[in-house]
Ligand binder design. Structure first.
Ligand SMILES: NC(=O)c1ccc[n+]([C@@H]2O[C@H](COP(=O)([O-])OP(=O)(O)OC[C@H]3O[C@@H](n4cnc5c(N)ncnc54)[C@H](OP(=O)(O)O)[C@@H]3O)[C@@H](O)[C@H]2O)c1
Length: 286
């Protein structure tokens, strides 16, 4: 049985590498592309802004902190962005959502990519019954995504564009200590999975890429999980590049690092083993 599982896992790994090496990404396709990236003042979003800039895209970035956004825009221009603008906005504020999309449409003259990446701050701790926090987080991590996606769809449709959703392994495989966060990511996976079907049935031009990430070494993530988890973190710049390539090649899903895909399988194939590993990846002493 053990040998059988090893063979299956090896086959999946080889298939994954084959798919990755034949993803026919053309960097030139991003030259002049009109891109809006949310949550781009730091972390993975900031790294995505720099990659798009190196590819010669036209970018709008957004987050709450104006000063940081200004610095990121300056660096994007120095790296080769054809154009770069920022707009400060709070994704918990409903009126800011349309304002950001309108700003990007006006500044860039339309959109080829809407990359939804921002998240509200949440604790890495046992669920304490704070329903208000869960509602607030759902507003930022989920409802803002669906509102902005809907607002951008006509322009994406016109330009044969792409919606790129930055999700998490937590949305496919619940992890402890982050119940509200897990809920928001599961909601994103469900909603955009459903919308992908609807767009295909309507013969829409728009592709949807949902990106499943494992632990990534951003400052925020590292400070939140410090001393709480035993698992490796992967580089934000590489995660960012993989997300961009997934959107540009119109692939429906990304799993980064690759073995996050294996976890999504083992949770159904060998659930008790997966539960054991997940729970032992966290340091918790009652
Ligand atoms: N890092 C990981 O281990 C990991 C793992 C799996 C998935 N992901 C996903 O990857 C994405 C990026 O994560 P990250 O680690 O790069 O996060 P991060 O470094 O904390 O960056 C979050 C971004 O969102 C912005 N933001 C926060 N609250 C906001 C609000 N209310 N309105 C508007 N913008 C807001 C932040 O800027 P301001 O504070 O200036 O607003 C920042 O630019 C998220 O979707 C996350 O779920 C990350």
């Amino acid at each position: 049985m053990e040998a059988f599982i090893k063979i299956i896992l090896s086959c999946i790994f080889v298939a994954f590498l084959a798919i990755r090496w034949t993803n026919n990404f053309d960097a030139e396709s991003l030259r002049g592309a009109k891109v809006l990236v949310t949550g781009s003042s730091k972390g993975i979003g900031e790294q995505m802004a720099y990659h798009y800039a190196r590819f010669g895209a036209k970018i709008v970035i957004t987050a709450r902190s104006k000063d940081t956004l200004q610095k990121v825009v300056e660096k994007c221009l120095s790296l080769g962005a054809q154009e770069a603008f920022y707009i400060a906005a709070d994704m918990s504020n409903e009126s800011d959502l349309d304002r950001v999309v309108d700003f990007a449409l006006k500044k860039l003259g339309g959109l080829d990519y809407l990359v939804l990446n921002h998240i509200g701050s949440t604790r890495v701790a046992m669920w304490d019954g704070d329903v208000e926090h869960a509602k607030w987080l759902m507003k930022i991590n989920f409802f803002s995504y669906i509102q902005m996606a809907w607002k951008a769809l006509p322009s994406l449709e016109k330009n044969k564009g792409s919606l790129v959703i930055v999700s998490s392994l937590a949305g496919k495989m619940p992890s402890p200590l982050t119940a509200p966060y897990v809920s928001t990511k599961s909601a994103l996976n469900g909603f955009f999975g459903s919308l992908r079907h609807e767009l295909a049935m309507k013969k829409s031009n728009v592709s949807i890429s949902v990106c499943t990430l494992g632990l990534i070494d951003t400052e925020t993530a590292m400070s939140k999980v410090k001393g709480k988890v035993n698992m490796p973190a992967y580089p934000a710049t590489e995660a960012a590049l993989n997300i961009i390539i997934t959107g540009a090649t119109r692939q429906p899903e990304l799993f980064y690092p690759w073995f996050t895909y294996i976890w999504t399988l083992t949770k159904d194939w060998i659930p008790s083993f997966t539960d054991y590993v997940v729970q032992r990846s966290y340091n918790y002493n009652p």
